[in-house]
Design a binder for this molecule. Structure first.
Ligand code: PEP
Ligand code: MG
Length: 757
């Protein structure tokens, strides 16, 4: 079918549906007339509408062509039969011979045996399936793509009829959505730590579509054009007026602005308008389609794009309806603290909400490198992601506690939980103030041992914590993280610019750049050849760098150029054998020689180190110490390989403890060997950031540890309350202990000796 023909047919059908809707009468009557109109215009023998009811059941609500007696009798579970499959998968199905399909579920009461072809589409609203509309034909007819599109558009109109509770009572619809009013605790993943408490503010596009079918298509095109122009202007203004500084969050927002110009997206909306929808309905239609396709997108970069597009749809809708501010959210008072709840959110949308009132953000989806998470980090808003079904389980205005220190969300908490958290929040603030006051005091133990506390960072926004924590520098700069939030592999110039910004932000403090540690759990959105059975032990980190020397050399080149006149510290991740270290170092030397050969300046000093995170390297330490300028223990990986315990697997997380005599003995031996060889050693895994573990590390001999910014205050407090000599002596009795863990013993030591852990 030609595009023009499709538009014509669609326009006529929509106009007829509009007449039916305007004609008044009971909702059921109108629905009966609508299925008749659809069957006629689509030239099919049957048109049926199934509506989803409580208990995941789809009920035949109206039909033209099937037996009238089956209406309100025939019911299918979501996932059952072809209709149930359409609902379960939220996508259309079109079959010339439906009865031969293995999923076909024959319902004798409908009399459908005489119909061969079937084409059905989901009735969607805000990403939820409210029902299914299907046409059937006696002939084994192939429905075209265009016809599927037409029925999808019609389904959207039907969604507006179903949603307001005219066909199914509102409270039943609410039950379908699964709301419960009991207190609930939902676990999620921490994207940005902290605690927040406030009234739930559901960030969900709340489109109110005043009219679905256009009276005048030309006028709708014009309205759309004006709204798009207004939206672009407002976005520019938003970015310019927010004091965002530099860094990834700014870059992310710039990308977002570019997506707003995406012609493909705007073209699809324009096509829907050409088909006879109002501009609002057209935005809604494209929004629905994007929402549904989301489930198929595995690629993290593309998923981010989809989130951004969704948000833009919302934004465009506001401009169409000439709403200056984000859709008014009736549940929250003007000055009430709020916790934003969203399936996903684009980075700019967070900025729409008043910064001082937003105490937390809870997302059903996302990742810690999600664009909105990066912006939230810059604004210091606690964020929890992957909070399963949060949107179904929370109502606007409910009290919500975001405990992004422990990855949990409390919805409608009882008085006791609420009280405990308010108290906790107060203590938290007091503690933060106490840590801030420690900023300029040294991390020095009672008996005068100086411990160097440094930061782990990956984004420029992390570096702002150097100042406020008083950390001595950056012990681990994970260079892959900036690569992960970008849309393509950065070239030498942009890498150089980026590293130069890092130097600018760290000032005189030292920074250790770790070369790309891609692979394992860190995938680049624009690389798709990294799927492996066992990725953490696969082609990752320095292995990739050495197999793709050009990539590694580019990174070296950028680092060398950015560090001219300063000291360059580089370390290699996942070194498993000495040759890897030597080869990587040779490549670095070649780059240094190349730069000098071209008459370019080079860094004043170059220090090259290795991460000690593969157990085999521990056994090659003497050889490594002859070659490396420094060593940094990556306890996250070292521990996962020592105990064959996946670092991301929660099911086994509690079974193995880093505070085991095995780990502590290995670490002590590493420190002793490094010390004897005169090679500086540090540790930069997560354990360094937990006060009790950090205490054990100091007892095992470490004097240089690197951790997440938030941990600096608590660890410094611990160091300042510790007598290292006493601890070292005590710990000599622990290395030979037969039990798996000495955690309790260390905790008792801390308690008995007044160490603040
Ligand atoms: C480690 O393995 O301990 C480490 C610091 O590196 P990453 O967590 O980035 O793998
Ligand atoms: Mg590691």
């Amino acid at each position: 079918m030609e595009q023009a023909q499709t538009s014509l047919l669609l326009r006529r059908l929509l106009a007829r549906i509009r007449d039916v809707m305007a004609g008044g009468g009971e909702a059921q009557e109108r629905l009966n007339r609508i299925v008749r109109v659809i069957a006629e215009d689509m030239v099919d023998d049957v048109c049926s509408v199934y509506i989803r009811r409580a208990g995941d059941v789809l009920e035949l609500f109206a039909t033209e062509g099937l037996r009238a007696s089956a209406v309100h009798q025939t019911r299918l579970r979501v996932g059952e039969g072809l209709i149930g499959t359409i609902a379960a998968q939220a996508r259309p199905i079109s079959l010339a011979d439906a009865q031969r399909h293995p999923r076909f579920a024959y319902r004798p009461e409908t009399g459908e045996e005489e119909y061969h072809s079937l084409m059905g589409v989901p009735i969607l609203r805000n990403g939820r399936v409210l029902g299914v509309v299907a046409v059937q034909n006696r002939a084994a007819r192939e429905h075209s793509e265009e016809e599927i599109e037409i029925l999808e558009t019609v389904a959207m109109v039907l969604a507006e009829m179903v949603a307001p509770g005219q066909l199914v009572a509102r409270d039943e619809l609410a039950a379908v959505e699964g709301n419960a009013l009991l207190p609930t605790r939902i676990e999620g993943i921490v994207f940005n730590s902290g605690i927040g408490l406030g009234a739930a503010l559901i960030h969900q596009p709340r489109f109110r579509i005043p009219k679905l079918v256009a009276d005048d298509v030309t006028q709708e095109h014009e309205r759309l054009r004006t709204a798009v122009a207004d939206m672009h202007g407002a976005l520019d203004h938003l970015l310019e007026s927010n004091d965002l500084g530099g860094g990834e969050h700014r870059e992310v927002l710039e990308t977002y602005r570019m997506i707003a110009q995406d012609v493909g997206w705007l073209r699809r909306i324009g096509e829907a308008v050409a088909g006879g929808l109002t501009a609002e309905a057209a935005v809604q239609k494209v929004h629905n389609e994007i929402r549904v396709r989301m489930d198929d997108v595995a690629d993290p970069y593309l998923r981010e794009r989809v989130h951004d597009l969704e948000d833009l749809a919302d934004r465009l809708m506001q401009h169409l309806q000439a709403v200056e501010e984000p859709a008014a959210q009736p549940e929250a008072d003007e000055d009430e603290d709020v916790v934003l709840i969203a399936r996903s959110m684009g980075p700019a949308q967070l900025l729409d909400y008043p910064r001082q009132r937003v105490r937390g953000l809870v997302l059903e989806e996302g990742s810690s490198t999600a664009h909105v998470a990066i912006v939230a980090k810059a604004l210091d808003i606690p964020v929890i992601g992957h909070a399963k079904d949060i949107l179904r389980r929370v109502e606007g205005g409910d009290l919500v506690i975001v405990d992004a220190d422990n990855g949990q969300v409390f919805v409608r908490p009882g008085e006791d939980v609420r009280h405990a958290f308010v108290e906790n929040l107060r203590l938290h603030r007091e503690r933060e103030a106490a840590y801030a006051s420690l900023r300029d005091v040294p991390a020095c133990s009672i008996d005068g041992h100086q411990v160097s506390l440094r930061l782990n960072a990956g984004l420029l926004v992390d570096l702002q914590h150097l100042e406020e924590t008083g950390a001595e520098g950056v012990g681990l700069y994970r260079t892959e993280i900036p690569f992960m939030v970008r849309s393509e592999f950065p070239d030498v110039t942009s890498q150089e610019r980026f590293y130069a910004k890092v130097y600018e932000q760290v000032g005189d403090r030292p920074v250790v750049f770790r070369t790309l540690d891609i692979g394992g759990d860190k995938l680049l959105p624009y690389w798709d050849d990294l799927e492996e059975e066992n990725p953490s032990m696969g082609w990752r980190a320095i292995r990739i760098g050495l197999d793709r020397p050009a990539m590694l050399r580019q990174q070296f080149r950028a680092l060398i150029r950015a560090s001219v006149g300063r000291e360059l510290r580089v370390m290699f991740p996942m070194v498993a054998k000495i040759e890897e270290f030597t080869y990587a170092r040779t490549l670095l030397d070649k780059e240094l020689a190349r730069e000098s050969g071209h008459g370019r300046p080079v860094p004043e000093t170059v220090l090259v180190g290795a991460m000690l995170e593969v157990p085999a390297l521990v056994f090659q330490l003497p050889a490594l110490l002859d070659l490396a300028d420094f060593v940094s223990v990556g306890s996250n990986d070292l521990f996962q390989f020592l105990f064959a315990s996946d670092r991301g697997n929660r099911r086994i997380a509690a079974q193995y403890d880093v505070l085991s005599p095995v780990v502590l003995s290995v670490l002590r031996s590493v420190v002793e060997q490094c010390r004897a060889a005169g090679v500086p050693v540090s540790l930069c895994g997560e354990m360094a950031g937990r006060p009790l573990e950090a205490m054990a590390l100091i007892g095992a001999g470490f004097r240089d540890i690197s951790m997440a910014p938030r941990a600096i205050g608590p660890v410094k407090t611990m160091v300042r309350s510790l007598t290292v000599g006493t601890l070292e002596k005590y710990m000599t009795s622990l290395y030979g202990v037969k039990q798996h863990t000495v955690r309790e013993k260390l905790r008792s030591f801390a308690q008995d000796h007044g160490v603040t852990v």
